[in-house]
Design a protein around this ligand. Structure first.
Ligand SMILES: [Zn+2]
Length: 134
């Protein structure tokens, strides 16, 4: 009788551990899925680009939509294609903004100093995630 009771306890303990492992696996799986999903959304650029001229917001454009934007009455041309934003034309003398790489990740920016144009990627999902992580 005493022995049987002990056996029962031992079995229950093992079952509990198994359950724990299943739970841990599920947590890891869900966390991994959330990370992948976030990475996918962030990487594909579901965010927006904010265009500022002389510090004032001129417009906010979705990266999900291919479009060509004339900034500041055409002094700079911003092209959104495949989830990235790129300055493809400008009337500034240095053309530094045109030479800058296309941007797609949260916080990246293209700056045209002569025309005082700043283009910044601003994904709300990413900034929320970053705020929680910090
Ligand atoms: Zn420029």
């Amino acid at each position: 009788m005493k022995l049987e009771l002990k056996k029962f306890h031992l079995k229950e303990k093992i079952d509990l551990q198994k359950k724990d492992w299943v739970l841990i696996s599920i947590i890891i799986f869900v966390a991994g899925l959330a990370f992948l999903l976030h990475h996918f959304i962030g990487g594909k650029g579901a965010g927006c680009v904010t265009v500022k001229v002389e510090g004032e917001i001129q417009g906010v454009y979705s990266l999900a939509e291919d479009q060509v934007i004339e900034i500041n009455d055409g002094t700079n041309i911003l092209e959104i294609r495949n989830g990235t934003a790129d300055v493809t034309g400008a009337d500034c003398p240095d053309k530094l903004c045109v030479n800058q790489k296309a941007i797609s990740k949260n916080g990246e920016s293209i700056i045209c100093l002569p025309n005082k144009v700043v283009v910044t990627v601003d994904s709300s999902e990413n900034s929320e995630f970053d705020a929680v992580a910090q």
